[in-house]
Design a protein around this ligand. Structure first.
Ligand SMILES: [Zn+2]
Length: 338
């Protein structure tokens, strides 16, 4: 009996202490220093050697907090004899390659790859930028597995300020896709500007913080779930839109909240909750009787504490004691519902 109890206990403990189910997102390079105590400085490339690692992280981390960096700059581990980075870049999860840009001159991402994944009921798009070379066979439509080598790290970009060898990195993003109609929206709203990348333009990809995601996956006390992660973003503001048929609704039904009144009376618009980066993370259908303003887009509320913590996207502004959407904020919402 005692023996049985022991083996039963051992069995239970094995269940507890065995490595947990594989995390959905893997590191895109062999640099895993994020999981070391104080490892950020070995994981991320700052914008210059005298700056903090935070400048290579996601968020309002540049230009004294007034410039957004929408990904992680994961620093290289290995170089060739010329000092060029040679780290293999791997797909972060199973997925399908959606886009490969092989012309560095056409993007500040330089050569880059976008991969679509389905994780916890959410479509999420990883992006890998500044590559020197893309692996043979990696092209739109190809299925890849998490951990599969898709490219070699590089320093490609079309910006006048080059990426120095010492800070060579892969710029890594995890995004929601904003709008399938982006190309048409761009043509109408950005006359004279080029969009060589269709919907795979960075402006159409709404970035989540990959550092937070990788850290949350590593927390043994709480099982990671991507939908929960997205739904627990901090609210920056709420806007009401008189639009009922935009692509984001179809792509992200899991983010639509329940409103029996609107379901019964008919949906006349959506109340959209945005985080500081403009990611729509909750959408509440509204009936006509619940919408007061005739405006197509109306700002309903602002979380001032979050605005002051993360102001760099400049989506809202306080004028004469009243909050309003900035032109940029207005344009971002128009892009979403176009
Ligand atoms: Zn970057």
């Amino acid at each position: 009996m005692r023996l049985f109890a022991c083996s039963a206990l051992a069995f239970l403990l094995a269940g507890v202490f065995e490595s947990p189910a594989q995390s959905p997102f893997q590191f895109p390079t062999a640099n895993h220093a994020l999981y070391e105590a104080g490892g950020d400085a070995k994981f991320l490339a700052p914008t210059s050697p005298d700056r903090s690692w935070t400048t290579g992280s996601f968020g309002c981390v540049r230009t004294d907090g007034w410039q957004m960096h929408e990904g992680l700059d994961i620093i290289h581990l290995q170089t060739d004899r010329h000092g060029e980075p040679t780290d293999p870049v791997m797909a972060t999860a199973d997925g399908t390659v959606m886009y490969v840009n092989l012309k560095p001159g056409l993007s500040n991402y330089g050569k880059y790859i976008v991969i679509r994944h389905f994780i916890d009921g959410i479509e999420i798009y990883s992006l890998y930028a500044h590559l020197s070379a893309v692996a043979t066979g990696v092209a739109a439509g190809k299925t890849v597995h998490g951990g599969e080598v898709i490219a070699t790290m590089g320093r490609t970009s079309n910006t006048s300020e080059r990426i120095g060898k010492e800070r060579a990195h892969v710029h890594f993003e995890l995004n929601l896709l904003d709008n399938d109609n982006f190309s048409a929206w761009f043509k109408k709203n950005m006359p004279g500007e080029r969009n060589d990348h269709g919907v795979w333009n960075g402006q159409n990809l709404d970035g989540l913080d990959p550092r937070q995601i990788l850290l949350a996956e590593h927390n043994p006390a709480k099982k990671f779930n991507l939908l929960n992660f997205i739904q627990s973003q901090t609210e920056l503001c709420r806007v009401l839109v008189r639009a009922t048929n935009f692509p984001f609704l179809k792509r992200y039904p899991a983010l639509i909240l329940k409103n029996p009144k609107a379901e019964h009376d008919g949906v006349a618009g959506y109340e959209i909750v945005l985080n500081y980066n403009g990611v729509p993370f909750a959408l509440m259908p509204r009936a006509a009787s619940e919408i007061k303003s005739p405006a197509k887009i109306q700002l309903l509320s602002v979380n001032a504490a979050e605005y002051h913590a993360n102001p760099c996207r400049k989506l809202v502004v306080q004028r004469g004691g009243r909050w309003q959407l900035t032109d940029k904020g207005q344009r971002d919402v128009e892009q979403l519902i176009y």
